[in-house]
Write a protein that binds this ligand. Sequence first.
Ligand code: ZN
Length: 141
Amino acid sequence: MPACPKCGNKETVPTKVYSVIVEPPEGERGLTEKKVGMYTCSKCGTKFPTVVSRQKYLIVAAEQLSTLQKKLKSFESENKHLKEKLDALMLEQKELKEELERIKHEHELRELEIRLKELESYIGYLRKEKSELERKAADMT
Ligand SMILES: [Zn+2]
């Protein structure tokens, strides 16, 4: 809310708004459109202007603009492609991880089976020893 430069009273509504095009300073590009509001102080009657908004415009040749728009479009589609590829890769990674987990389990299972067979043959050996001992004991009596 602009204030009157003379009495400090705050005004909300401009009496008139006009736009001014400002040329760029030396060495810079683009035009600036300034919306200027004219205010009249309701207390002391002082008229004062205030810049309401500013918009900068760059002047670009139509051909250049169309080239830029085309480039942007191709970037967008490339980006979309990359995103789809990334999604596919992530899915593949997930499947590979699950496959790896499955193989690991299978491997562990096989190791357990081997150990079980070893234990079974050891038990068989112990049984044989036991019956041998029992036979020897029976012979002694
Ligand atoms: Zn005033």
